[in-house]
Ligand binder design. Structure first.
Ligand code: C5P
Length: 230
């Protein structure tokens, strides 16, 4: 079996309000993107990482990653799903497994990656890392500074979708083509398969596999990285 990682890293990171996209901020000695790729490549099964970056990205070419033979770079797109699609287009082996992993999740643990791979290879249509919801969930009318509660969402069996999300290349590519053509709302890869009638597995992962999104996430990510790199 061949295992290939696709890392969408073409976002601008507007919620971080930093001087550069969040994947290029430095924590624990290197950029978030470098940590993320190191995590994936520390798994012997993963032999190749495809990174989708913005066409005019001035930061990526300066990283040592840019000349690493295990790395392929592609131009990302306007939405995350377009970036993932561009990454999949660089894969010849339709039967390979692809692990799609956010550039902004540098804290993923090897134990979780192993659990995901084991679950996915034994599944019908792939698997994703996920974490059970702990807080009470409210539906509001908006996400502005204040919003009246509409209602409480039952949190039983509710999960946070994390990454990596792992599928057969051909199944993800076909499903993504259909979902993009039909204008589906796409926020992760599993939703693309769900749109096409498949039901991938949820695999319980650690909640410290956070997506660095807002300024306050940086200190937490650095702390978790220092723990796991010890
Ligand atoms: O913005 P968000 O945190 O949801 O982005 C998740 C991941 O998708 C990030 O790693 C980001 O760089 C990537 N992305 C992308 N192409 C876009 C938008 C986001 O590769 N057009």
């Amino acid at each position: 079996e061949e295992f290939i990682a696709v890392v969408p890293a073409a976002g601008v990171g507007s919620r971080m309000a930093a001087d550069r996209p969040k994947q290029y901020l430095h924590i624990a000695g290197k950029t978030i993107l470098e940590h993320t790729v190191d995590r994936l490549l520390s798994l012997p099964e993963i032999t190749r990482v495809i990174i989708a970056v913005s066409a005019d990205d001035p930061y990526f070419p300066q990283l040592p990653l840019a000349t690493d033979s295990r790395i392929t770079v592609v131009n990302g797109g306007a939405e995350r799903a377009d970036s993932v699609f561009a990454g999949l287009a660089a894969i010849d082996n339709n039967n390979a497994w692809v692990l799609v992993h956010d550039a902004a999740r540098p804290c993923v643990r090897l134990t979780d990656l192993h659990a995901l791979i084991t679950a996915a290879v034994n599944s019908d249509c792939g698997a994703i890392l996920a974490a059970p919801v702990r807080d009470t969930m409210k539906r509001g009318h908006s996400q502005s500074m204040q919003s009246q509660i509409s209602h409480t969402v039952d949190r039983e069996n509710l999960w946070h979708a994390l990454t990596p999300q792992m599928f057969r290349v051909e199944q993800l590519r076909q499903s993504l083509t259909t979902a993009l053509e039909q204008g589906a709302t796409i926020t992760d890869e599993a939703s693309v398969l769900e749109f096409c009638g498949y039901t991938p597995l949820l695999v319980a992962g650690r909640s410290d596999n956070l997506k660095v999104t807002q300024p306050e996430d940086l200190a937490l990510a650095e702390f978790y990285l220092q723990l796991l790199l010890k």
